[in-house]
Design a protein around this ligand. Structure first.
Ligand code: PBG
Length: 332
């Protein structure tokens, strides 16, 4: 649709920008704390937290502190928290068995959040990398990240997370067939209302660097993830992945990273009209925080602008490390 605009001065498009009230009346999108999913890092121990150096303002927290964070999120009107474990070195093995241990710290955190803030939705991450000796999201056999054997492990992880009380499973591994396998297993166990937010269009991105520091995977990762994560040069492929994940039983889809991939968000939303989320990843967060700390950017203004742009691009919500800070800025 090409808009028709009357000639000047019938149209003075600045009229509707003249006052805050007029701007508020014609604003096309809005941002609220209910748009956020807050990713939180959990570590072993009690009553402690430690800063993640490459993510100023972000902490790894013990399970009891994650429960406090959950209460804070609930009070701020944030609807969901997503758990990522910082796994001890001895829990990273070839067979990744800790990934489906009901008592690993991620599953402890799910239960603690459900106790502390029952109204909050808990999202998980499903991938082997926090538990894998080589930092890959799947099993490595003869130098290859193998697909089908990895999917069997992911299903075990999913079922244990659902058992612990997770509301939203987030397969972030990019193996083929994992959504269908997880959905089939959930149905077989009678877990009909556990939702899947698939990391559908997840790119092999340099913007994940600080996250890998946060979960202690930077040193562990051998090689790259390009045989399973998407090529940043591709866009049509994202649509094929969305169609595939929806057909296998995903309830919601995700584009990741966020800010450099808003064109993908828009195409996905336009084409499928399904709940679409973006992950404003660690490197995006680190860039904005670093510039703000140097006084090169207005931190609060750019934070809110970046989050608003996800909504404008068609996203229903955003996974963002800014969640509590942005919720406070929005008066949540
Ligand atoms: C791992 C996973 C990653 C992120 C979320 N889950 C990193 C990766 O794929 O290497 C990145 C999140 C971020 O950078 O904030 N399966």
């Amino acid at each position: 649709m090409t808009p028709t605009v009357p000639p000047f001065p019938a149209a003075r498009l600045r009229r509707l920008r003249a006052t805050p009230a007029l701007r508020a009346m014609v604003r096309e999108t809005s941002l609220s704390p209910s748009d956020f999913i807050w990713p939180v890092f959990v570590m072993e121990g009690r009553d402690a937290e430690e800063p993640v150096p490459s993510m100023p303002g972000v902490f790894r927290r013990t399970v009891d502190r994650v429960a406090l964070a959950a209460k804070e999120a609930e009070a701020l009107g944030i609807p969901a928290i997503c758990i990522f474990p910082y796994t001890a070195l001895e829990d990273r093995t070839e067979d990744c068995a800790v990934a489906w241990s009901p008592d690993n710290i991620a599953n402890q955190a799910i239960r603690a959040i459900k106790d502390a803030a029952p109204g909050l939705a808990v999202m998980t991450d499903i991938a082997l990398d926090p538990y894998n000796i080589n930092g890959q999201d799947g099993y490595v056999r003869d130098g290859d990240v193998v697909n089908d054997e990895t999917v069997e492990a992911l299903v075990k992880m999913a079922l244990v997370q659902a058992e612990a009380g997770a509301d939203i499973l987030g397969p972030s591994d990019m193996m083929d067939g994992r959504i269908g396998a997880i959905r089939t297993a959930l149905e077989a166990e009678g877990r009909r209302n556990v939702t899947i937010l698939s990391y559908t269009a997840k790119y092999a991105s340099g913007f994940y660097g600080p996250f890998r520091d946060a979960v202690g995977a930077s040193g562990a990762l051998k090689g790259d993830k390009k045989t399973y994560q998407m090529d940043p040069a591709n866009s049509d492929e994202a649509l094929r992945l969305v169609a595939r994940d929806l057909s296998e039983g995903a309830d919601m889809v995700m584009v990741k990273p966020g800010m450099p991939y808003l064109d993908i968000c828009r195409r996905v939303k336009d084409q499928f009209g399904v709940p679409t989320f973006a992950y404003q990843v660690s490197g995006e967060y680190a860039m904005l925080q670093a510039a703000a700390q140097n006084g090169w950017l207005d931190g609060e203004a750019t934070m809110l602008e970046s989050l608003t742009c996800f909504k404008r691009a068609g996203c229903d919500g955003i996974l963002t490390y800014f969640a509590p800070q942005a919720a406070r800025a929005l008066g949540g």
